[in-house]
Write a protein that binds this ligand. Structure first.
Ligand code: SAM
Length: 261
């Protein structure tokens, strides 16, 4: 822990990991290789950074808290530190493959994961710690109570696996809930990248009205083609959004986009 630091900022989700064993386990969950740089989101006092610098990868860090960014830079000069906001970061500009890691600020973990999975041109691997409830939503499958737009969006872009659960006692200050570590890897190369804007719009429309039937939600754009396709998928006009898998959402989004053009 860096000395002389101000109080943790709740607004920045600053729950700092204290347990070296957990930090090591998180870092060793990432396959850090020499030819793929690793960007750590929110290094804080460097709980993960201190282990990352022992890997063969070149380490970058993105920290919104300028005071912490400076402290990381002075403690590990070999780390390239960017004092910037991950919510406003131009992920598209990271050319080549990148790995990501972070004990993510809990208040913004979902939008950060939404963004990086869809906007980073080439993900090699990512390991994130998030609230367990967020990990449950990210990994949920159709029909699950917590399956929703976030699950379908992220699973449309990457493969995702929950690795292990971490209790609140290893953080200062202590969060109220459990956390979980997840690993994201690219989807198989033969799968197409989804039509982002169309998928985003469809997911927003569907999950804002998740209790309604598809024929009601899609009434303005309903057609025989959609009805036939649902039938071919073993779905019905009365099915609800939570019954559609991520690939089914992608296909439906592409059909709706094609019917508009
Ligand atoms: N990695 C450290 C650890 O494990 O102890 C800190 C984790 S703490 C949960 C989240 C960190 O993300 C804090 O250092 C916080 O300042 C930083 N942070 C919060 N919001 C951020 C944002 N939008 N962009 C970049 N960093 C952010």
């Amino acid at each position: 822990m860096t000395r002389g630091n101000p109080l943790p900022k709740r607004s920045l989700g600053q729950n700092f990991l204290q347990d070296q064993g957990t930090a090591r386990k998180i870092v060793s969950s990432l396959e850090a290789v020499s030819n793929v740089p690793v960007l750590e989101i929110g290094p804080g006092h460097g709980a993960l950074t201190r282990w990352l610098v022992d890997t063969p990868a070149q380490i970058f860090a993105l920290e919104k808290d300028v005071w912490l960014a400076l402290a990381v830079k002075s403690q590990w000069p070999q780390v390239t530190v960017l004092a910037a906001d991950a919510m406003r970061f131009a992920w598209e500009r990271l050319g080549g493959p990148w790995s990501l890691i972070g004990n993510l600020p809990y208040n913004v973990a979902s939008p950060i994961i939404w963004d990086v999975t869809s906007r980073l041109p080439r993900l090699f691997q990512a390991v994130f710690m998030v609230q367990k409830e967020v990990a449950d939503r990210l990994t949920a499958t159709p029909g699950n109570r917590v399956y929703g737009g976030l699950s379908a969006w992220v699973q449309s872009h990457v493969r995702i696996r929950r690795l292990f659960v971490v209790g609140p006692e290893v953080f200062r200050p202590r969060p109220k809930v459990d956390s979980a570590v997840i690993r994201l890897t690219p989807r198989p190369p033969e799968t197409n990248r989804p039509d982002g804007p169309a998928l985003r719009q469809l997911l927003n429309t569907c999950f804002q009205q998740r209790r309604k039937q598809l024929k009601t939600i899609l009434r303005p754009v309903w057609s025989d083609t959609i009805a036939d396709w649902l039938h071919s998928q073993g779905l019905r006009p009365e099915s609800r959004p939570e019954e559609l898998s991520p690939p089914q959402f992608q296909t439906l989004a592409a059909m709706l986009a094609a019917s508009k053009s």
